[in-house]
Design a protein around this ligand. Sequence first.
Ligand SMILES: Cc1cc2nc3c(=O)[nH]c(=O)nc-3n(C[C@H](O)[C@H](O)[C@H](O)COP(=O)(O)OP(=O)(O)OC[C@H]3O[C@@H](n4cnc5c(N)ncnc54)[C@H](O)[C@@H]3O)c2cc1C
Length: 409
Amino acid sequence: MARLGVEAITSSHHGDPGPERYDVVVIGAGAAGLMCAIEAGKRGRRVLVLEHADKAGKKILISGGGRCNFTNLYATPDSYQSQNKPFCVSALTRYAPQEFIVLVERHRIAYHEKKLGQLFCNGSANQIVRMLLDEAEAAGVTVRLRCKVTSIRRADGFLIDTDLGPVAAGSLTVATGGLSIPQMGATGFAYAVARKFGLSVAPTSPGLVPLTSSGQPLEFCKRLAGVSISCTASCEGASFTENLLFTHRGISGPAILQVSSCRQEGEQVHIDLLPGFDLLTHLKEQQDARPKADLQTILSTLLPRRFAEVMCETSLPNLGMAQLSIKDISAVVHRLKDWTILLDGTEGYRKAEVTVGGVDTNGLSSKTMGAVGVPGLFFIGEAVDVTGPLGGYNFQWAWASGYCAGQYV
Ligand SMILES: Cc1cc2nc3c(=O)[nH]c(=O)nc-3n(C[C@H](O)[C@H](O)[C@H](O)COP(=O)(O)OP(=O)(O)OC[C@H]3O[C@@H](n4cnc5c(N)ncnc54)[C@H](O)[C@@H]3O)c2cc1C
């Protein structure tokens, strides 16, 4: 966890030119930070963005498999989770997906809807980073890379000490993201700043993350690694119909990533492997139509062959259809329509697409993203306790919260 000093500033020595001065300092040149900086720059504010990595927008570059799923046509506030759900309504309503689409189109970036309202670049995610940097430049924003913040002090505004020298700012925006992908430099910096200034942090956990198994169930997954099945995965009253993917460590795929964000530790995930399909009627019909065929053959027409094979070998009665009793048929239906597997962990922040939880929104203004009681301090993006599902929702929150803060910093 980052260590920060917030001791009171003392006057500078005589003759000392003092720190560089900006109206606004934004820490973090990611999606939210760049958007905030652009908007503030457009208002004529003198803006400096401090970024500790060697490049801006690194997560944008790796997002959406390199094509950046930059928004979702259906990203409305009710899609997001937070301890304080109404918080995100204001920003997401003021900066809707259409606003970002207009920006993308103005920069002539070709895009397409992949599925379920998910908009991706036709080309590379680099186009989105280029667009943001061009916008930042046009708005007169300075982006300083490879710059490490060592302490933040309250002054007439804020004094930010960095390894490249001190900077004074009237307002400070923390846009350093969450804990996901620490190997790319993600830290708990935003939470440390929030705590130092008296704000609370809602408990954090890895979200949109593959789930892991152990023992026999893991052996089952390993045998099926690479197999993908369309399913409905449910947990905590939330259901997602998407693909499931077996891995060498457990299960993943969009349906599982979605469910992982809602799931409490140790909670069972219920999986319908044939959503919307009346398996009971089908199997009864097959008993008459193909009495000599074995169950595995019949299931192979409905599910991936390898899955039917391993399932029949390990946990289904692989008899001829005519030999199956009604009790057997019911057991097969139950197994496949409400399949569960031991899931005793996640792949953690190393593989999580987002961090659930974060800076407690009860301490922030939903209009400005400013900290209540700390004038001039703002938190935006993934650092805040607002988390979207898979499919462009998290970038939309980054753009929207960055846009709103940019009007007030
Ligand atoms: C593999 C992967 C794929 C993803 N794909 C998608 C997708 O397609 N669509 C989608 O909507 N979401 C996607 N996400 C989630 C999305 O990337 C994040 O929700 C989004 O980037 C959050 O934006 P942010 O600006 O809040 O944080 P970030 O984008 O994480 O930016 C934070 C910035 O702050 C910098 N920083 C951190 N600490 C410090 C510090 N102490 N000092 C200075 N700088 C610091 C970081 O280097 C970084 O540049 C994906 C995430 C991952 C990991």
